[in-house]
Design a protein around this ligand. Structure first.
Ligand SMILES: Nc1ncnc2c1ncn2[C@@H]1O[C@H](COP(=O)(O)OP(=O)(O)OP(=O)(O)O)[C@@H](O)[C@H]1O
Length: 234
């Protein structure tokens, strides 16, 4: 589903944000991407979403070499990808319901079906009562849940989520994680970037650890503690 071969990403005037990263995600996996602030987590998600291009190395998405598909094909590729960005990227002049409906309109789903699905999604993130509000009038946590609902709306083959529980209280965190787990159980491949060690401990999934742009471990659980503090085991 996602293959990176020796991928390096350098932003102009900066050291490498990602360095020689080789990583493969299979269809149906649920993977946490973790590491301290600045480790390169968001950069990796941006590469996979084709928002940025690798400086060197190869990236294959759904078996296609991203460097070779051309800019025009990118929107088609993205139709298979749901994404929750750190800054949500909700459209401020559209209501909550309209934001969630957008990816379904792109799929040309009938209006009646869209209304049904949007209602169901907003209910699942506890925001039915906010359907007609505009995103700027919502709290950060509410906007985050709208972003999750929008990302899951088209039942994407791949879901990329950058700190999707970053603004949520513990109860909402569990709800959002359950939505991601449910989507995964229905076949969506999920890649979640998070600092939150409690999530890694609670959900025993594959954990890919980045430090200063390098992939330093990849396994069933984290072998080294991200960020400050003593290492949690060897
Ligand atoms: N657009 C950009 N231009 C220049 N440098 C950037 C850009 N985006 C990220 N960087 C740099 O790349 C490195 C990796 O950043 P990235 O946002 O990928 O890390 P992260 O692990 O997601 O961090 P955080 O957990 O704080 O979101 C950092 O040193 C950052 O300053």
């Amino acid at each position: 589903m996602i293959q990176l071969f020796h991928v390096t990403k350098e932003y102009p005037g900066d050291g490498p944000a990602l360095q020689d990263v080789t990583l493969e995600l299979d269809k149906g996996e649920f993977v946490f991407l973790t590491g301290p602030s600045g480790a390169g987590k968001s950069t990796l998600l941006k590469l996979v979403f084709c928002d940025e291009a690798p400086t060197s190395g190869q990236l294959l998405l759904f078996g296609k070499n991203v460097a070779k598909i051309g800019a025009r094909a990118v929107p088609y590729l993205r139709r298979n990808i749901g994404v929750v960005f750190q800054d949500f990227k909700l459209l401020p002049q559209r209501t909550v319901a309209e934001n969630v409906a957008l990816p379904l309109e792109v799929q040309a789903m009938p209006d009646k079906e869209i209304r049904r699905r949007v209602k169901q999604l907003l209910r699942s993130v506890g925001l039915e009562h906010r359907a007609e509000k505009f995103p700027p009038s919502l709290s950060g946590g509410e906007q985050q849940r709208v972003a999750v609902a929008r990302a899951l709306a088209p039942a994407p083959a791949l879901l990329l989520a950058d700190e999707p529980t970053g603004n949520l209280d513990p109860e909402r965190t569990l709800e959002v994680m359950q939505l991601l787990a449910d989507a995964n159980a229905r076949g969506t491949t999920v890649l979640v970037a998070t600092h939150d060690r409690s999530l890694l401990e609670r959900y025993k999934r594959r954990v890919v650890l980045l430090e200063r742009g390098r992939l330093v471990s990849d396994g069933d659980s984290i072998r080294r503690a991200p960020g400050a503090g003593a290492g949690a085991g060897g």
